[in-house]
Design a protein around this ligand. Structure first.
Ligand SMILES: NC(=O)c1ccc[n+]([C@@H]2O[C@H](COP(=O)([O-])OP(=O)(O)OC[C@H]3O[C@@H](n4cnc5c(N)ncnc54)[C@H](OP(=O)(O)O)[C@@H]3O)[C@@H](O)[C@H]2O)c1
Length: 290
């Protein structure tokens, strides 16, 4: 595979002063089952991360809560010292309990600890971009983010964080964050079949703010739809490739962070996301999420 940053599907995007490839990589599923503990195939996980960089991808999404610490430590082991072009994006606001749950951890003291842990496990002195993860496993929940977001702004002023974003957020919470300090991205659940954020994506595009869909391929329940399979068959492609190509074509501010623990799937996704979808394909796909 001879892709590099300039030839990856979708080109690049600016997160503030940081340029990333729109085709990124989500590291969550490199941890063990249920995103707890080490991967079954540690060498395979390290190989995926090295391939990510070899392919020219410059955006890796992670969190210290994955494992916990597991994906951050794998990233560090595989890629540190990081190439200057690579940006590792993390999130804080949830921790893990003994049952593998994701209880919120958004008090200022918990956020400070989470930032320190991310800095240490990734082996950096400043985090490129930190998302404040809101809501819960059921999705975004209403409520003010002010206390938590202001705590992160304070850590940003101390030089520990370069850019801020929010995740699993309602549109009101995005607006509230913007009233406190600039954000460069929003990371919410969105894919062909789950399109709650259509309006938000368009608003953020107009403001030059990235929208980073998590579960772009359906997450733990891979996307399945007759319409998706029929478009993929017609184009001689795969449903996963069509789902990624659709996101890239949906809006220029969408950044991809599909997860995989397989080098073969990673290559397939990079190759497939460049697929050009016609108006007819788009109209057929559009009906899936409506
Ligand atoms: N902010 C948040 O609250 C939040 C929540 C969830 C996730 N995230 C972020 O979003 C990223 C993406 O989410 P995700 O990884 O959970 O879900 P995803 O990208 O929607 O899907 C990943 C799944 O798709 C499979 N897959 C990938 N490429 C494939 C291919 N070409 N053919 C067949 N199967 C394929 C993977 O299996 P294989 O390993 O077998 O390829 C994996 O099971 C995460 O890594 C994480 O960084 C954020």
């Amino acid at each position: 595979m001879s892709a590099n940053s300039s030839t990856l599907p979708g080109g690049t995007w600016s997160l503030g002063d940081l340029t990333v490839t729109r085709f990124g990589y989500g590291a969550m599923q490199l941890a063990g089952p249920g995103v707890m503990g080490p991967p079954a195939d540690r060498d395979g996980a390290l190989a995926v991360l090295r391939e990510v960089v070899d392919l020219g991808i410059t955006h890796i999404d992670t969190a210290d809560a994955y494992g916990p610490r597991v994906t951050n430590e794998l990233i560090r082991e595989a890629l540190h010292p990081y190439p200057g072009s690579l940006h590792v994006v993390t999130k804080v606001g949830a921790t893990r309990d003994e049952h593998g749950g994701w209880p919120p951890a958004r008090r200022p003291d918990q956020l400070r600890r989470a930032i320190d842990e991310n800095l240490e496990s990734l082996g950096v002195s400043e985090l490129d971009l930190v998302h404040l993860r809101l809501g819960d496993a059921a999705g975004p929940q209403p409520g003010s983010l002010a206390e938590a977001f202001e705590a992160l702004v304070d850590l940003q002023k101390q030089g520990l964080i370069r850019h801020l974003g929010v995740s699993n957020a309602t549109a009101d919470q995005v607006a509230e964050a913007q009233s406190i300090a600039p954000i460069v991205s929003v990371q919410n659940m969105y894919n062909l079949a789950y399109r709650q954020d259509d309006e938000l994506i368009d608003r953020l595009a107009a403001e030059n703010i990235a929208y980073v869909p998590f579960f772009p391929l359906g997450g733990f329940t891979p996307l399945q739809s007759d319409a998706l399979s029929s478009v993929a068959d017609r184009l001689g492609s795969t449903p996963m490739s069509v789902a990624l190509a659709w996101l890239l074509q949906r809006s220029p501010n969408i950044l991809l962070i599909p997860g995989t623990s397989s080098v073969a799937h990673l290559r397939e996704n990079v190759a497939g996301a460049g697929l050009s979808l016609s108006e007819e394909d788009l109209a057929e796909l559009d009906r899936i999420g409506r």
